[in-house]
Design a binder for this molecule. Sequence first.
Ligand code: ADP
Ligand code: MG
Length: 223
Amino acid sequence: MIQVHQVSFSYDELSVLEKVSLRVERGEFAFLVGPSGSGKTTLLRLLYGDLAPLGGELNVVGQQLAELNKVNLPYFRQKIGIVFQDFKLLRDKTVKENLALPQKLAGTAPRLLKDNVNEILHQMGLSHHQHARPSEISNNERRKLAIARAIINKPLLLIADAPTEGLDLRLSLEVMALLDALNFQGMTVFIATADRKLAEKCNKRIIELRDGAIHWDPSSASI
Ligand code: ADP
Ligand code: MG
């Protein structure tokens, strides 16, 4: 599902990743753990083609990222759900409209779209805020909205950047339980977090990023 081979990346002079390799198989649930500034967001941006590597190869949901172009990029992105660290919600749209947009882009029939949006609003406890704008709900609710938007199209792969940042432990575990349930239904889940304790509580595979390299990965023998 995710294959990263000897990938390096720098922002100008600042080298962030050096020959990073990792694999996440279809159906897996894995954490990318590392302190703030260790390159987690950068690695995720490389995975969804927002940045291009300086060296190495990436293959995500069967797409060789070096072959991404204007034509296949939308198809590629359709297969992936992304929870951005800074939400990237549409400020001028309501909660409901933020959730409807990915369904519209995927060409979901209007009736089904309505059902799906209502279902996820209910699941996330956001129904009573459906007509509010992102600025009118709490930070916790915005994070839940960002997660809801990422999963509404039932992507093959969910890439989540610090999805529990700022949430208390109870809500963090609630979010993890939700992602675990989706994983059980077949969605591959890859979560970047600085919260090692939370990752450990979840009893899933942990890949550790430190100083621009994979420091610890129990499955690295398979690379
Ligand atoms: P993490 O998500 O683990 O906190 P990042 O990938 O955001 O780490 O950042 C890794 C390093 O790259 C940090 O030193 C950060 O300051 C730097 N960095 C991140 N984004 C940019 C950018 N757009 N331009 C320049 N430097 C950046
Ligand atoms: Mg980050």
